[in-house]
Write a protein that binds this ligand. Sequence first.
Ligand code: NAD
Length: 296
Amino acid sequence: MNIGFIGLGNMGGPMALNLLKAGHQLTVFDLVPASVQALIDAGAHAVHSPAAVARSDAELIITMLPAARHVKAVYLGEDGLLAHVTRGVRLIDSSTIDPMTAREVAAAATKQGNPMLDAPVSGGTAGAAAGTLTFMVGGSEADFAQAQPVLAAMGKNIVHCGASGNGQVAKVANNMLLGISMIGVAEAMNLGVALGMDAKVLAGVINTSSGRCWSSDTYNPFPGVLENVPAARGYSGGFGANLMLKDLGLATEAARQVQQPVMLGALAQQLYQTFSAEGHGDLDFSAIIQLYSGKV
Ligand code: NAD
């Protein structure tokens, strides 16, 4: 299939490469020449604007952009996709943005005859490279069915979450819980160790008891408990604390719009904001444990 791809960063770059590997033809655009070059080297055709992607022979256009303002610019701007795309071309935005903006952009696309899905991902850069991302998809059942084979070239779990915007809803709800649970595990681990317990023994008890969760058994933030996690390598790599801060901001803002209390989500956001303000936003988000260990 001829596919357009805009946003070739840490996630979009490897995702686009996986589409090429699956045999699709790609027309790509990014503001960063080096990111574009990597795709040209792999066989993609590059153009110089979202409008040019829209005017290419792409039957489907995928975007993977940093935040809502970039998504609005790329879709709704003068030189953007909607002003230039042919009726019937399908659109998928995989950026993580707030559900309201996702619904607004999808409504504008649908109104002019371009079916659109929101399809944010989890799985990080490793999942993007391995083609094992989880896609949380919002939009109609029929559009989801059409998109599934293409998404399957980039991901392993492809979940239809309901109507437009619901992919973003699933993403913000999950990541808010992840942010909260990571802080909970950090707090509990530090308490246990301060009271005299061995960290590994404590983690073993938690992981076979009711406190067990992904943050404790797969991604434990306490150094020395697990190998091959950011805590074992000075919190480098992984999912940056600034990205977690972004997602918690999306969750609290979305919650405000529907007057839904998110007490723990708001507290988690403030803790990550403090951590980021101290200059640690580039560390993996599990480094939030340093708020308890006196290193921040
Ligand atoms: P990134 O900053 O590495 O890449 C974004 C790319 O978009 C950049 O190459 C940038 O040049 C490009 N871009 C920005 N504005 C543009 C425009 N107007 N036209 C064309 N290109 C433009 O970000 P990323 O890590 O790839 O993340 C992308 C999205 O995926 C974000 O919404 C992020 O929250 C989400 N996400 C990231 C991760 C992760 O681990 N990095 C995991 C899950 C979800």
